[in-house]
Structures are given as structure tokens and as C-alpha cells.
Design a protein around this ligand. Structure first.
Ligand SMILES: Nc1ncnc2c1ncn2[C@@H]1O[C@H](COP(=O)(O)OP(=O)(O)OP(=O)(O)O)[C@@H](O)[C@H]1O
Ligand SMILES: Nc1ncnc2c1ncn2[C@@H]1O[C@H](COP(=O)(O)OP(=O)(O)OP(=O)(O)O)[C@@H](O)[C@H]1O
Ligand SMILES: [Mg+2]
Ligand SMILES: [Mg+2]
Lengths: 254, 254
């Protein structure tokens, strides 16, 4: 029975997509059947796997709206055991359409995740930088949340809003939802700022913070331009080793 | 008559807030009366000026909904000639409330910007990482758009969606809207990636790209943790000099 994990944080550019693409790749490489769902209309996780955005390719939007069956929009990737449900540009309009629908918070769960959960060991959801209806759908469809936190000052500001939203979803829509873990990203050893942010995050989240810290590493930013996860682009880079270790921690926690 | 400029890009973490805070500071320091409007419920531009987020302080939400007059929510900052209209957490709920209202795309323009435009020379709007109704309100209320583009691969992907949205707003809601300029941010001289992205952006936007390129500079990331724009935190840093030069270019273009 697939464990569904959403990677969420409404602060932009903190490493949500980079975490989904690279953790999913390492977990699939360990033999676990893995699915990535791209809930962000920018489609960055598709291109992280080298799948070009085609404006008219059906994707998550069509499944959410019941136009296509979920089986029809699942795509393979070049990584064994790893499939992806791509987003497309229509997803950005879905927010407004969903607002008027009944059970609007459950669309992703009922139309997509519940229908495929048994075929995968892990399902990772990449979310957009917002706490709107799409991200709410992702939280309702998930068993747990991984929160990436960039080691910079602005990234601390939105955390209380994110935790409030997680709690509201937990109390009203998905009682089983829990925080899987908090991962510190883009840690820069040259500055004091990263260390200060790390200390604040550990003081607040305590054991929930993964021991693995993801360093700022330019190879991680270069890999998507070659359409490859870091494991295929530069497996011996600091970025790759840190995402490998993070994947092991996630698997260990079960 | 105030020139209203929105800084927008739905890609997260590309330097929207950093650009608003620092350009507004340099322009105010030249003697121009300047207003910053924080349209992002995370409130990062407030904290960039050292204004702590208070959950219950009235802000932009109350003015948009007609609960408070705009004059009642304008705050001074420690920079001469610079005022700010703060956001607050209620702003994230405003999207859903606005959807049901008449002239929902004009709320920011009619309730806020048109009422204060004559008192400022420049008005800068910091927008959230999305193309939802709040950003649309920002585009409708503005004379022009500054697009910050991070010099990394994923940042290129959303550009066509952003330009489409700007064109739709221009044709249907705000015919005067134009692109003020495109600014390359977080340029890292150590990698090829930045150079490749720069070349693609210049090939596409041509003369609209500012000559000033903002380098990746840790001082820019440190300044907000002291609640200060870069001009006050470290005026001789590369980050400060580049934002000073950018402000001069913006002023020159008139
Ligand atoms: N550890 C890292 N070191 C260096 N660059 C990184 C790292 N992690 C991510 N990046 C780069 O930083 C940028 C932001 O990361 P990413 O796009 O994964 O964040 P995101 O949270 O998904 O953004 P958005 O909020 O727009 O969805 C990307 O260009 C990515 O390649
Ligand atoms: N040129 C730069 N060099 C180094 N760090 C930078 C630079 N510009 C911005 N930063 C830092 O990068 C992070 C992202 O920048 P910022 O928050 O301004 O982007 P944004 O587009 O406003 O993000 P969001 O999409 O969440 O609103 C912040 O922590 C900021 O301090
Ligand atoms: Mg992303
Ligand atoms: Mg911002």
C-alpha cells in the first residue's frame, strides 16, 4: 500500500522540486515502485526527469476534472520503477474551477491517489509555492508532509502559516496527516546565516529535522538543464551524496 | 503622478522581494516619494524593512475588502521618503473571497492604488509566487512590470505562462500595461549555467533586459535577518552596488 508524501512549503524556491525529483530517484533505484505527481503548473518536476512540457499533453488537470482516467496520464521515466503524472498549464486554472465543485478538497485523493495507491510503494507529490486549493488537495491526499526549509532568513517567516494550514487540514479533512520530516536545504557553510537558521529550525522541530542537511551545491542546479536527476548527472557530487543519505533516512523511518 | 511598477514572476525564490526592498530604498534615497505594497501574505517585504509581522495588524487585506481606508494602513519605514502597506495572514484567504466579488480584478486598483497614486512618485508592488487573483490585481493596478529571472534552469520554464498572463491582462483589463524591464538575478560567475540562462534571456527579451545583472551575493541574503535593506546593511557589497546601479537604470528609463 503506497505511502503518499507531499513535499510542501509556500515559500518559493526552497527546493521542493529538487527534493521530490532526487529523493524519488534514489528510492526507485532501491527497488521501490515510485510515483511522482506534479501538482505545480510550472511543470518543473517533469523537466527534472527530462520530460518536455507539451502544452497539450493531458496530465493531472484532466484526471482531476474527470476528463481522463488516471491510468491514461501516467508516464514512465528513464528511471526504472519510477513513473510520473505530469502537470500542464491548465492546472493553474484548476484552482478557480475546483472552488465551485463539491468535495473540492478531495479531488486529488478520490480521482487520482486512491486509484493508484496500491500499485506503488511510495508516491511523492511536488506542490506549488502556495497554500491554495491545489496544495490543500495534496495535503488531503497524503499520509505525511516533508517540509524543505532553505537556510535563509525569509524562509523562516512562512512556517507558522504552513503549520497552521497543516493543522487545519488534519483536523477537518485528513486526520491521519502527520509531518514526515523537515529537511534543511541550500546550507552554505561559508556564512553564519545558514547556521543561525539551522539552530532555529532544530530548536522548533526537534527530532523531526532530518540529520542529513542538503548543502548549496551548483551540480543540483545544473542537473535539471540536462533533464537528469543528480544520481544520473553527477552521482559523486556533494548534492548527490546528501540526497542519497536523505533517501536512506526516509526509508528507515518507514 | 506615481508610476506603479509590479515585480512579478510565479517562479518561487527568484528575488522579487529582494528587488522590491532594495530598488525602493535606493529610489527613495534619491528623494523620490516611494510606496511599497506587499501583496504576498508571507510579508517578506515588511520584514526586509524591519517591520515585524503582527498577526492582527491591519494591512492590505482590510483595504481590499473596504474595512479600512488606505490612509489608515500606510506605515512609515526607517528610510526617508519610503512608506509601506503591509500584508498580513488574511491576505492568503483573500483569493477565495475576491473570486465572488464584482470587479474582482480591480480591487487593488480602485480601493488602494488610485487613492494614493498622486502622493508618490513611485509605487512598487511585491507579488506572491503565483498567477492567481492577487497577482492579477497587481497587474491591473500597475503601469508596468519588472520581471526578475534567477539565472537557473527551472526559472526559464514558467516564462511563457507569465508572458501569456501579462498579455491577457493587457488585452482585457489594463491596456496600458507594459514590461518595464527584465532583471537577471543570482548570477553566479563560477558556473556555466548562469551564462547559458543569461544568453537565452537576452536572446528572447533583447533590449528589455537591464544591463545591470544582480550577482549571487550572501550579503543580500543576510540583510533581511537584520531587518535592513542592503543600503543600510552593507552599502559597499557587490549586492548593494548592483541594486544601486539597477535603480539608476530604472530611474533613467523614466
Ligand atoms: N541544494 C541546492 N543547491 C543549489 N541549488 C539548488 C539546491 N536545491 C535547489 N537548487 C536550485 O534552486 C532553485 C530552486 O529550487 P527548486 O526549484 O527545487 O525549489 P522549489 O521550492 O521547487 O521552487 P518553487 O517554489 O518555484 O516550486 C532551482 O533552480 C534549483 O535548481
Ligand atoms: N542576489 C542574491 N544573492 C544571494 N541571495 C539572494 C539574492 N537575491 C535574493 N536572495 C535570497 O534568496 C532568497 C529568495 O529571494 P526572495 O525571497 O527575494 O525571492 P522571491 O522571489 O521574493 O521569493 P517568493 O517567490 O517566495 O516570494 C531569499 O532568502 C533572499 O534573501
Ligand atoms: Mg518547484
Ligand atoms: Mg517574495
Amino acid at each position: 500500500m503506497g505511502k503518499t508524501i507531499i513535499v510542501a512549503n509556500q515559500k518559493g524556491g526552497v527546493g521542493k522540486t529538487t527534493t521530490v525529483v532526487n529523493v524519488a530517484t534514489y528510492i526507485a533505484s532501491e527497488g521501490y515502485k515510485t510515483l511522482v505527481i506534479d501538482l505545480d503548473s510550472q511543470g518543473n518536476s517533469c523537466s527534472g526527469f527530462g520530460i518536455e512540457r507539451e502544452e497539450n499533453r493531458e496530465g493531472l488537470y484532466e484526471a482531476l476534472m474527470g476528463i481522463k482516467k488516471v491510468e491514461e496520464i501516467i508516464n514512465p521515466t528513464e528511471i526504472k520503477n519510477l513513473h510520473i503524472i505530469p502537470s500542464n498549464i491548465h492546472l493553474s486554472g484548476a484552482q478557480v474551477e475546483l472552488v465551485e465543485m463539491k468535495r473540492r478538497e478531495y479531488k486529488l485523493k478520490e480521482e487520482v491517489v486512491d486509484r493508484v495507491k496500491n500499485e506503488y510503494d511510495y508516491i511523492f507529490i511536488d506542490s506549488p509555492p502556495s497554500l491554495g486549493l491545489l496544495t490543500i488537495n495534496g495535503l488531503v491526499a497524503s499520509d505525511s508532509v516533508i517540509i524543505p526549509i532553505q537556510c535563509e532568513y525569509y524562509a523562516l517567516e512562512g512556517l507558522s502559516q504552513l503549520l497552521k494550514t497543516i493543522n487545519i487540514v488534519k483536523h477537518r479533512l485528513n486526520p491521519a496527516l502527520k509531518i514526515e520530516g523537515v529537511v534543511l536545504t541550500m546550507y552554505d557553510t561559508r556564512t553564519n546565516l545558514s547556521k543561525q537558521v539551522m539552530e532555529e529550525v532544530i530548536a522548533y522541530f526537534k527530532k523531526k529535522v532530518y540529520k542529513t542537511i542538503i548543502p548549496r551545491n551548483v551540480k543540483l542546479a545544473e542537473a535539471p538543464s540536462f533533464g537528469k536527476p543528480i544520481k544520473l548527472y553527477d552521482p559523486n557530487s556533494l548534492g548527490a551524496i546528501s540526497y542519497y543519505k536523505l533517501s536512506q533516512e526516509i526509508l528507515k523511518n518507514g
